[in-house]
Design a protein around this ligand. Structure first.
Ligand SMILES: Cc1cc2nc3c(=O)[nH]c(=O)nc-3n(C[C@H](O)[C@H](O)[C@H](O)COP(=O)(O)OP(=O)(O)OC[C@H]3O[C@@H](n4cnc5c(N)ncnc54)[C@H](O)[C@@H]3O)c2cc1C
Length: 417
């Protein structure tokens, strides 16, 4: 495999891009390797941004990812890919530079979803959180004081609320669901975390959205007609895959999320669904076949988890080099640190039709939920019970390999939305 497709261009100098480049070298690829990133920074890790960097425990520079010795890659930073010409096997950069490739890795990640309404004047104190600059700007705003309004009760919004409360700031969290995290992990885990957040002093406004950003007096309007004081607003409204530069290339983009569709070997698909030679995709920019296909489940899924970028790097690199996957990628997993708790999940909780609560111990901050679809385990979540996850992970892995026997006990404690 040492010859490989050469030269390889990796677009996106983040976690997925760096891991794919490293995997190419690990598999013996010795040809030219270029990593293109539109941020001015070398590759860095995003999870600390909404945790240690916001609370000031780590400077943003500490999130930088180490570049492995022997990577021998050319880093082109501060330059965006704006077009893919598949016929010419060329990626065009925003300064007009054409980069010829024999193999292409699409690892352009995602961007924070913007405010859906009209343009936001910069002086309004409205923040997004995706990159290093965002984290530094938001940290500065939090240091200047509250109150803080967080729009969106997903993992990111909850981590921001946690960081702001740990700094003693008044925080209001607004989400259309019945409880925070509910859209991702269901109402049982959501109501547990709602209790944790209320205990930590978060003013939870569930079943509502931010209808209007704060006016000049710093008063935001919610969809339920109430007003909330906000000096800083954080929009945590989800993420959008960075694939606009691929439009017109004939590659298949998910009509809903915009993610680049790929097969299980991470080979990019064209608009007819056929794998395209010489192009692979991974990380937040890509949607892979749903691990638990079935009625109601989309054919492809972009999970947006750190582990997805890491676990699929070797598979993508092997596909680019024309080899077999080195090993089966693991069960999807996710973690979040908030309000002094570590939430961990395996599988795809949102693919479930029922959730069974195995332990719910609010005073001791312990929770264990197993998620099933058609009686088959598709996910599990723990708070303060990380050691329990391994068994669930094994059961999910057996299910993915088609070996799990239906375990439906008939106890449908919490029917998912
Ligand atoms: C604040 C935050 C906290 C998170 N916390 C957790 C967590 O606790 N647990 C967890 O499991 N996951 C977490 N995640 C998710 C995890 O960080 C992502 O899944 C992971 O970063 C995906 O890696 P990626 O390389 O695909 O994308 P990214 O990390 O976004 O990297 C993509 C890079 O490509 C660049 N790029 C985009 N378009 C172009 C272009 N056209 N040309 C060149 N470069 C381009 C981007 O600017 C970026 O630098 C968090 C994410 C964020 C934002």
């Amino acid at each position: 495999m040492s010859g490989g497709p050469g030269p390889v261009v990796v677009v996106g100098a983040g976690l997925a891009g760096l891991r794919a480049a490293t995997a190419l070298r690990d598999l013996g690829y010795a040809g030219g390797l270029t990593l293109v990133g539109d941020e001015p920074h070398p590759p860095y890790d995003r999870p600390p941004l909404s945790k240690e960097v916001l609370t000031g425990r780590l400077p943003a520079a500490a999130a930088e990812l180490p570049l492995p010795s022997g990577l021998d890659a050319r880093l082109v930073l501060g330059r965006a890919a704006v077009r893919l010409d598949r016929a010419a096997r060329t990626v065009v950069l925003d300064d007009g530079t054409p980069l010829r490739y024999g193999g292409l890795v699409v690892a352009t990640g995602a961007s924070a979803a913007p405010w859906p309404g009209p343009g936001v004047p910069p002086e309004r104190g409205v923040h997004l959180l995706r990159g290093r600059r965002d984290a530094v700007a938001l940290r500065g705003a939090l240091l200047a004081g509250g109150p803080v309004l967080v729009a969106g009760g997903g993992f990111l919004g909850c981590e921001v609320a946690s960081a702001a409360r740990s700094m003693g700031l008044p925080v209001t969290l607004v989400d259309p669901a019945g409880s925070p995290l509910e859209a991702a992990v269901g109402p049982a885990a959501g109501s547990f975390m709602a209790a944790v957040q209320a205990d930590a002093g978060v003013d939870l406004r569930m079943g509502a959205t931010v209808a209007e950003l704060p006016d000049h007096r710093g008063s935001a309007l919610l969809s339920d007609g109430t007003r909330v004081a906000a000096r800083t607003v954080v929009l945590a409204l989800g993420a959008r895959p960075n694939t606009a530069w691929l439009r017109g290339s004939g590659l298949g983009l998910d009509p809903v999320s915009g993610a680049l569709l790929c097969d299980g070997r991470r080979r990019a698909l064209d608009h007819r669904g056929s794998p395209v030679p010489g192009i692979v995709a991974l990380g937040d920019a890509a949607a892979a076949p749903h691990p638990f296909p079935g009625p109601g489940a989309p054919a492809h899924l972009a999970l947006g988890h750190w582990s997805e970028a890491v676990d699929h790097a070797a598979t993508a690199a092997a596909a680019l080099l024309g080899g077999a996957p080195p090993r089966e990628p693991g069960v999807p997993s996710f973690w979040s640190d908030q309000f002094g708790l570590r939430i961990r999940s395996v599988g795809v909780p949102r693919a479930a039709d029922t959730a069974e609560v195995l332990e719910h111990d609010l005073p001791n901050r312990r929770l264990e939920v197993v998620y099933r679809r058609g009686g088959r385990t598709v996910g599990a979540l723990t708070v303060g019970r990380t050691s329990r996850l391994a068994a669930h992970r094994r059961r999910i892995a057996r299910g993915l390999a088609g070996q799990e026997v239906s375990t439906d006990s008939g106890i449908a404690v919490d029917r998912q939305a």
